[in-house]
Ligand binder design. Structure first.
Ligand SMILES: NC(=O)c1ccc[n+]([C@@H]2O[C@H](COP(=O)([O-])OP(=O)(O)OC[C@H]3O[C@@H](n4cnc5c(N)ncnc54)[C@H](OP(=O)(O)O)[C@@H]3O)[C@@H](O)[C@H]2O)c1
Length: 311
């Protein structure tokens, strides 16, 4: 079975590729960077140089037949950088291109596609959102507004055939979590405001596991929340992270300062309260997180980073 992974060199991709290869799938990874060819080769996958925003430049080197496409690409948002209106509009355009072009490729090959999403739900107190809840787009998450519509239209038309995995915040050895880790290591990490709101989390290896289940089961037209079993506030997540790293509990920084420095788009996302249920993924995909609690997941991730650093 031939799988094209768009965005396979990122955080989730680094956990996904070796697992797909181990399962004997033939994996093709699109990357914009020649520097990543060696790493892709090491994982046992093939690399294809190209940008999903310009499919005309790489389409001709794709295999004649593909069986499934997995989209994991994400436009780059530099941590610590102010989000301007202009940058936000660019990110929205970029995200739209990623989804549109990926879906067009799936239509061209007449194959299913596994698309990503984020758990942008707004819950009160002890409410728990599931896949039937409306997506709540505020601040930075507004960049996904058009893609929500694209996905829903495609599901209605059954063209292309879609499975959507709606991830909580993904943590693992890479991506934004590495930035958090480095800040914590230097004693520069701060808890923003009260941070007493809940946000769902998922260990990157478990996010990769859900993709494999989605490939195996292919419940076309379905959306699944992929988050762990243990709701936690942002503050408690960070405090536990500091504890596992043997660091002092980080101090607080007032929310209004973050709002001033990074812009309200970041701030609004960080303040949203969101608790979710992963029951549908368990029931239909038969997916169970190996790290159902952020505590076990953080311990594992920090061990992974330390091992990598001592290589
Ligand atoms: N991380 C989270 O907390 C989170 C939460 C919810 C949903 N998600 C979704 O989950 C997916 C995986 O996230 P992640 O954290 O693994 O992402 P990531 O680490 O940021 O990786 C981003 C990937 O996107 C690729 N990419 C960016 N622009 C591209 C372009 N124009 N053409 C082709 N590839 C491009 C990069 O590949 P090259 O640089 O090699 O080209 C890289 O492999 C994303 O779709 C994201 O939206 C993530």
């Amino acid at each position: 079975m031939k799988i094209l992974v768009i965005g396979g060199t990122g955080l989730v991709g680094s956990y996904l590729l070796p697992r797909l290869v181990e399962k004997n799938y033939e994996v093709f990874v699109l990357t914009r960077s020649e520097n990543k060819i060696e790493k892709i080769k090491k994982s046992g996958a093939h690399s294809i140089i190209g940008d999903i925003r310009e499919p005309e430049f790489f389409k001709y080197v794709l295999p004649e037949r593909l069986d499934i496409i997995v989209l994991l690409a994400m436009p780059s948002v530099k941590p610590g950088q102010r989000m301007t209106k202009r940058r936000k509009a660019e990110l929205r355009e970029e995200t739209n291109d990623f989804f549109r072009n990926t879906m067009e490729l799936a239509i061209h090959y007449n194959i299913p596609v596994i698309l990503p999403g984020g758990t942008s739900y707004k819950t009160e107190k002890n409410e728990t959102a599931d896949e039937t809840w409306p997506i709540y787009r505020i601040g930075l998450t507004e960049i996904g507004m058009d893609t929500d519509e694209m996905v829903n239209n495609a599901i209605k038309a059954n063209n292309p055939k879609i499975v959507q995995l709606i991830y909580g915040r993904i943590y693992g050895n890479g991506g934004l979590f590495r930035f958090m880790y480095n800040m914590m290591e230097k004693g520069r990490f701060r808890i923003i405001g009260k941070s007493d709101n809940f946000l769902p989390n998922i260990y990157a290896g478990d996010a990769a596991g859900a993709i494999i289940k989605a490939i195996e089961k292919l419940p076309i037209g379905e959306k699944f929340i992929i988050a762990d079993d243990s709701p936690v506030t942002q503050k408690d997540f960070v405090i536990y992270m500091a504890q596992v790293m043997n660091k002092k509990r980080p101090g607080h920084i007032p929310g209004f300062i973050i709002k001033m420095v990074l812009g309200k788009d970041f701030y609004e996302v960080l303040r949203t309260n969101c608790r979710v249920s992963n029951s549908k993924a368990k029931k239909i995909l038969d997916w169970y997180p190996e790290y159902p609690s952020y505590k076990q997941g953080l311990e594992k991730t920090i061990r992974e980073i330390k091992e990598k650093n001592s290589d």
